[in-house]
Design a protein around this ligand. Structure first.
Ligand code: GLY
Length: 332
């Protein structure tokens, strides 16, 4: 275990020890009990190392007293605009035919939500998802319909894929002739950014955006735009998001499961662990099956857990700004 890992486990260990003072059996107790140690708000957490830069921008909103929904949108836009990132935004890996297709969703404290799926050629799918949420009676738009909607609302088409992405794809094509690929673990292949925040008013929101499984079958949609799978927010209880192999997350309605486990009194980390164990129980073949969950509850307590080691998340609070190694079920 490296120094960073040891240090972050240690910090997390201290926090968990403090939180273990009170173990509620019901969500209402969890929210109201005054003996439970509550971290200062606001809090923002997001998946993977790219979450550090995203949190920085989300924090600007939260620190100024802004709303969690604005913070998570602004935060993940950072990653969408990062052209060096191969798993989020138009710099992401394309499908087998060279098309970069994007999935995103967003959810606020009133359970309002919006999503886009299989969207091609736009810089900020998360903002289009928010526009679906705010301007239509629908939750999700996909493909050409989503693109037409975006154009109607003034979003500009951008060229995709980038020269580098195309070059990588051509090389990949030469080396891969089989019909499907096995998923890869921690390889910037499903490394979605999922972000959860609680603002100074105690309201929760979340956002999730990805280019999905690199070199996927055309038409494939992962967990990231699916409310309840890649993201779920219940402002009375908490919020959760997922990263990794979207198919496995969808099979257990992952983020909704994590929130329901918190509703039943589990801490955020424990809720993520139990959801991971459910995924493990439902799959015979775990090779290449990496999934990581993040959760944040109404008290601002947070946690993460993954199938395999290697998953980390960025945490920002008034006292902390760091990358934390999530606990995991097994080593790969
Ligand atoms: N979790 C992202 C995906 O599988 O598409």
């Amino acid at each position: 275990m490296g120094n960073l890992k040891r240090r972050t486990f240690f910090k997390l260990g201290l926090a968990s020890a403090a939180l273990a003072v009170f173990k509620p059996s019901r969500a209402s107790q969890l929210i109201e009990d005054s003996t439970r140690v509550t971290p200062p708000k606001p809090v923002v957490i997001s998946t993977w190392k790219h979450g550090l830069a995203a949190n920085e921008n989300a924090w600007k909103v939260l620190q100024a007293g802004g709303k969690a929904i604005d913070a998570v949108e602004k935060g993940v836009r950072t990653t969408e605009a990062d052209m060096s990132n191969r798993s989020v935004g138009i710099g992401g890996r394309p499908d087998r035919y060279g098309h970069v297709t994007l999935d995103a969703c967003i959810m606020d404290e009133k359970s309002k939500c919006g999503a886009v799926a299989y969207l091609e050629g736009f810089m900020h799918p998360i903002t289009i998802a928010r526009t679906v949420m705010e301007k239509t009676p629908h939750v999700m738009l996909a493909g050409d319909g989503a693109a037409d909607f975006a154009l109607d609302y003034g979003f500009k088409k951008v060229k995709s894929p980038l020269k580098e992405v195309k070059k990588e794809w051509k090389e990949w094509k030469k080396a891969h002739t089989e019909k499907f690929d096995k998923p890869e673990i921690n390889s910037e292949n499903h490394d979605t950014i999922g972000m959860l925040a609680i603002d100074a008013d105690g309201n929760l929101s979340g956002a999730c955006t990805t280019s999905g499984w690199g070199y996927k079958l055309p038409g494939r949609i992962g967990d990231s735009p699916i409310i309840g799978a890649g993201l779920f927010v219940d402002n009375e209880i908490g919020a959760a998001c997922a990263t990794g192999l979207g198919e496995a997350v969808i099979r257990i309605a992952g983020s909704h499961t994590v929130v329901e486990l918190m509703r039943n009194g589990h801490s955020p980390e424990d809720a993520c662990r139990l959801a991971v164990e459910r995924i493990i129980a439902k799959h015979d073949d775990l090779s290449g099956l990496q999934v990581g969950f993040l959760a944040l509850n109404k008290n601002g307590e947070y946690g993460g857990y993954s199938v395999y080691n290697g998953f980390n998340f960025a945490l920002t609070t008034p006292n902390q700004n760091e990358l934390i190694d999530a606990k995991s079920n097994r080593n790969w």
